[in-house]
Design a protein around this ligand. Structure first.
Ligand code: SRM
Ligand code: SF4
Length: 576
């Protein structure tokens, strides 16, 4: 690399290079008296699966009192490929949130679990205890491959076993190899043990895949099924869409370059759906996946983090050049994609048979927050179910969970426990609420501009009652809200996306679809929170009156288009 190239690197690249394979000054900072890490370490810590945050409610309250100090705390994300975990592992996370966290768990939009409110001094203990139950936070965040998603439905069939196995294999194959994680969190450095530093050796000896600077940006992988795109495959950097023939996965369509985050001030940023790259046989996918990661590693932008995701590289190069480069790294030509595409969606909520005489129950968790409060005690219910029935747990990419391996005679026991703790059953949710998602946003997310997790339920109360008035209570469509344009609840491809843009104001996106393979368009910008439901009800009224037979909300909005829709709403208002 020339001096000019080095000077163009983003500051995070310099930090990674100098971190000695993700060590930096974390060890020293862990034993100082400060409640927080310095800004450089914060970037490196992400690769260990954590973010430094502060309670923004407290920050505001403190500011009013003239106190500048922040209430620092850490968020820890556990990587769980395909969202598959045991009752024992779930119980360990619940115990940790009670003992060392803010007493809640957050099920994420990528089938992982987050603990919030962990103090710096408790980090080692928390991470050790997560690892004690064979889970890990390594690679859950940072410039590496993140939690690998796959359909979590626990049907007993080779297809479902195969995709879970592939998720586990890819997760393992793309994990960082540095021993820094083990040294920092799992060994007793505080007892005077010497740090094991991998200095002197070349990057690719220690990190064969990533080298010493890891990837230019986060990288996301998912494995999906054509007839059930519950993991939203098109929003990932890398997707493997299983092509099934005669109950057998014959191969995968490889999709590349999906991603949601945008920076409105930077007009060249855009949300993108993945595009089809090639078809690969099952025994070829990991090697081709590795070649794709290496192309992004070597050619993705390291100068501008806003353009560093793989979709910008593909956009700049075009698919042909990208495909040629992948083939070059793979060492063989790539086949053309198969004609199969996504055609269905299932959220796996409620009761279903596994196919081996046992049952599973998908429990809708509103916006992924597992907690006890005055109205319901979801955390206590999950704890009791895990302790007494010991189900296998599967997390969905819609922030919910599935209790699997339930015997016929235990089905009543499970629902009785949920009812005892006043937990609403999935069957009792309206579809619109059940299929809705909100990102975390306030008070923990440092990037939140508006409320999201705390705002969506309030909006849903109003929306449900207005929908009932026009007879659309059981209409099936998706609503996703985020507290900023980064898009953590994937708001750019559902029927309705609500994206926090300025204080208490949201951009309304319409025209996406449940299948996840179409982006919405901006319908209205900077809409006050209080006006969201009235604005949406205008559209719903038109939809009800003018939809074609069987047409979904997203398809209707896409067919009509933004300007005609706005004009028709104006006409509707003038009639009022
Ligand atoms: Fe996200 C950053 C939460 C899924 C795009 N995301 C963040 C941070 C870590 C804020 C930060 O950087 O300081 C948020 C922490 C909030 C908190 O207090 O917990 C955060 N993202 C989440 C989660 C927890 C939202 C949720 O409600 O579940 C999801 C965790 C997933 C996981 O288990 O790994 C989460 N984030 C997503 C998704 C959806 C997905 O991957 O399917 C996206 C859009 C897809 C994509 O990556 O393009 C997403 N998050 C972002 C971005 C924009 C990335 C970009 O390339 O533009 C950021 C900001 C950034 O990276 O700079 C971000
Ligand atoms: Fe935070 Fe924005 Fe992601 Fe919501 S979308 S969790 S506000 S970064």
């Amino acid at each position: 690399m020339t001096e000019k190239d080095v000077s163009r690197l983003s500051p995070v690249e310099k930090l990674k290079t100098e971190s000695r394979f993700l060590r930096g000054t974390i060890a020293e900072e862990l034993v100082n008296d400060l409640p927080n890490f310095d800004s450089g370490s914060v970037q490196i810590l992400k690769h260990h699966g954590m973010y430094q945050q502060d309670d923004r409610d407290k920050r505001m309250a403190n500011r009013e009192k003239g106190i500048k100090d922040k209430a620092y705390m850490m968020m820890l994300r556990t990587r769980i490929p395909g969202g598959k975990l045991t009752s024992e592992q779930m119980l360990a996370e619940i115990e940790l949130c009670d003992e060392l966290g803010d007493s809640t768990l957050r099920l994420t939009t990528r089938q992982a679990i987050q603990l919030h409110g962990i103090f710096k001094d408790d980090l080692k203990q928390t991470i050790r205890r997560i690892n004690d139950v064979q889970l890990s936070t390594l690679g859950a965040c940072g410039d590496v491959n993140r939690n690998v998603m796959c359909c979590p439905a626990p049907y007993r069939s080779k297809i479902y076993d195969d995709i879970q196995l592939l998720a586990d294999q890819i997760s393992e194959h793309f994990l960082p190899r540095t021993t820094a994680y083990h040294e920092l969190w799992l060994k007793g450095l505080e007892n005077g043990e010497k740090e094991l530093v991998g200095g002197g050796r070349q990057g690719h000896e220690i990190e064969p895949l990533y080298g010493s600077t890891y990837l230019p940006r986060k990288f996301k992988t998912a494995i999906g099924l054509t007839y059930d795109n519950c993991i939203d495959i098109y929003t990932n950097d890398l997707g493997f869409l299983a092509v099934v023939q005669d109950d057998e996965i014959v191969g995968y369509n490889i999709l590349v370059g999906g991603g949601m985050g945008i920076t409105p001030a930077k007009k060249t940023t855009f949300p993108g759906l993945a595009k089809k790259l090639a078809f690969a046989r099952p025994d070829e996918v990991i090697a081709i996946g590795e070649a794709i990661v290496k192309v992004q590693r070597d050619f993705g932008s390291r100068a501008d983090r806003k353009h560093a995701r793989m979709r910008y590289l593909i956009n700049q190069w075009g698919m042909d050049r990208f495909k040629n480069q992948v083939a070059d790294y793979y060492g063989a030509a790539l086949r053309d994609p198969h004609a199969e595409d996504v055609s269905g969606f299932n959220d796996h909520m409620g009761w279903d048979e596994q196919g081996d005489g046992k049952w599973f129950y998908g429990l809708n968790v509103e916006n992924g927050r597992v907690w006890d409060n005055d109205r319901f005690q979801l955390k206590s219910a999950i704890r009791e179910i895990c302790e007494t029935l010991q189900p296998e747990i599967r997390l969905t990419s819609h922030q919910s969970l599935i209790f699997a391996q339930i015997k016929e005679e235990d089905r009543g026991k499970l629902t009785n426990i949920l009812t005892k703790y006043k937990v609403k059953l999935s069957e009792d949710y309206s579809t619109v609420r059940r299929w809705s998602m909100a990102c975390v946003a306030w008070p923990t997310c440092g990037l939140a501009i508006t409320e999201s997790e705390r705002a969506l339920p309030v909006m849903m109360d109003q929306f449900e009652s207005e929908l009932a008035k026009i007879g659309l209570s059981s209409e099936e469509f998706t609503v996703r809200m985020t507290g900023c344009p980064n898009g953590c609840a994937r708001p750019y491809n559902p029927d309705i996306g609500l994206v926090g843009k300025a204080k208490n104001r949201y951009t309304i996106y319409l025209g996406g679809r449940l299948l996840g393979n179409r982006l919405g368009f901006i319908y209205k910008d900077l809409v006050q929170f209080e006006d969201l439901v009235p604005e949406l009800m205008n559209v719903m009224t038109l939809f009800k009156a003018n939809r074609l037979d069987g047409e979904t909300l997203g398809d209707y909005c896409d067919r009509i288009g933004k300007e005609p829709l706005l004009e028709q709403v104006e006409d509707l208002r003038s009639v009022d």
